[in-house]
Design a protein around this ligand. Sequence first.
Ligand code: ZN
Length: 198
Amino acid sequence: MNDTLVMNRNFYAIHIVGWQRAVSLLYQGHAEAVGDDLQTHSFDDWKELSSEMSEHPGGFISTVNFKIAIPEVIRLTRYDRLPRAEVKFTRRNIYQTYHYRCCYCGRQFKTQDLNLDHVVPRSKGGNTDWSNIVTACIPCNARKMDKRPEEVGMKLMVSPTKPKWKGSKSLLQFSFPVKISWQKLIDEKYWNTELEKR
Ligand SMILES: [Zn+2]
């Protein structure tokens, strides 16, 4: 069965849930279904609409009394904050964070010519996390070896930091593939929704 994309009240895509959860949120009034027309529908609305649909990309759930389309996208009715999200600590994200540059010499490299470097070496208790991992080119890496940068007269051009999550698009980009239909909704809603004053 299909998963459902969850948007918050401001139409930021926040995560993906299984269809059971999506329908349950809709049923409980915690969410509205977002239709192809980009309109939002309450459970009752959606139930009525579903009865007129002969097919639906998300499929249907049939009960004794009615059938309901599994919404591809739902919008939460209450939750209007952005969820706390984190950029995953992956090689790709680390490379992207440092713009494919060596953090010691500052030059840009191709992926295969960059390594990850423990600023404080593992042998000296350095952690493998955002606070201690940077990108380094092969010559800089070789020069630094198993030392701290200051021990070999090297300097970091940037300090290692955990990148900030940049919003729904990045989240989607980083954590899961986006269906085309979702992307359309995300883009349209993202650019066209009137922002709420806080
Ligand atoms: Zn370098």
